[in-house]
Design a protein around this ligand. Structure first.
Ligand code: FAD
Length: 300
């Protein structure tokens, strides 16, 4: 089912997973999906390695989510170093694999020689979204950055750039992770002022271990509110306490978002199903009350 259709009917609950590293077996990811599937998310998104490095695995996993697990899949697709021919070859084949939802992304710009030599058929995610909408039949979503994209010096400029994506025909947005809900609310106000009306699914990442915290904060540039900094410092040497505090923080964040009527919650699972289970269990009756899902659909 198209995610745009789902969003017309209800608030959504979704998960993000990533393909296993090329050095490890692909089979491990099925244990992850086996554990996530009983939570009956509205969709599971599968990331795409930089420069297409995981393209076949991403496709395979997204296809299995649809066919074996009977869940909606959202396949991430980056365009930074792809030609139109390569895209067509892949996009023509995806319907045969039951994939109908794509998150159109640019991807990070490679550095040095790789950047100088890269294929330049698509410069921005909006170019890919427009190309897909013109030449293929998919439901297309895009990424957005409530705190601004790191490359863009002014958040206002980033919002203007986001309008290109909307003009290109994306029908929903998934946010970069954030830890301060006010950031999202201010972002939504700015979009409203720009007359933008599009479903925005909030990306939530429970911070549950020290190495993940350091990595994620470096990658995402997300602002960490003082109370979360205090929690991290207080429990940094107690893995179990840090995990519980991370889930509790993400729970509070999600409760506030649901109270504010957000269009959906997208959990960055880091391929750790227990994190998604803990969070969904805490939110179960709220998700039900806000028309996001059936109650108690699974064993946690
Ligand atoms: P764009 O929307 O093209 O924006 C990139 C930059 O260009 C921004 O600074 C923007 O302001 C600017 N810009 C956009 N349009 C214009 C224009 N017309 N003129 C001038 N400037 C413009 N990366 C992966 O490699 N694989 C993944 O699976 C993946 N999944 C992601 C999922 C989500 C929900 C998010 C938020 C990010 C994900 N990323 C992923 C990271 C993403 O690829 C990077 O953040 C990348 O740097 C930007 O991608 P984008 O699609 O947002 O690009």
């Amino acid at each position: 089912m198209y995610i745009s259709e789902l969003l017309r009917e209800k608030k959504v609950l979704s998960f993000e997973i990533f393909p296993p590293k090329q050095t490890s077996s692909v089979e491990g990811i099925y244990d992850t999906i086996d554990a996530l599937a009983p939570l009956r998310p509205d969709f599971i998104s599968v990331t795409y390695g930089a420069g297409g490095s995981t393209s076949k695995t991403t496709e395979k996993i997204a296809s299995l989510i649809e066919t074996k697990y009977n869940l909606n899949a959202l396949m991430h697709l980056t365009c930074i170093d792809s030609s139109k021919e390569q895209m067509d070859e892949m996009l023509n084949d995806l319907p045969n694999k039951n994939i109908s939802n794509i998150l159109a992304l640019r991807g990070d710009i490679p550095k040095g020689a790789e950047e100088r030599n890269r294929i330049r058929d698509f410069q921005y995610a909006s170019d890919l979204a427009e190309y897909i909408r013109k030449h293929h039949v998919f439901c297309v979503g895009g990424a957005c950055y409530p705190e601004g994209h790191p490359e863009c010096p002014y958040p206002e400029q980033d919002i203007e750039n986001l309008l290109w994506k909307l003009d290109a025909g994306v029908s929903f947005l998934v946010t970069q992770l954030f830890f301060d809900n006010d950031v999202l609310y201010r972002f939504k106000e700015k979009l409203q002022k720009a007359n933008v009306d599009i479903p925005i699914i909030a990306g939530i990442m429970p911070l549950t271990n020290q190495s993940q915290i350091e990595k994620m904060l470096a990658l995402s540039n997300a602002t960490v509110p003082k109370n979360l900094v205090r929690i991290i410092h207080k429990f940094e040497h107690n893995a179990e306490a840090l995990k519980d505090a991370g889930i509790a923080y993400a729970t509070q964040q999600s409760i506030d978002l649901l109270t504010h009527g957000v269009d959906g919650i997208h959990i960055y699972t880091m391929n750790k199903p227990q994190i998604a289970k803990d969070l969904v269990r805490n939110l179960d009756s709220l998700l039900y009350a806000t028309n996001s899902r059936n109650k108690n659909v699974s064993n946690y």
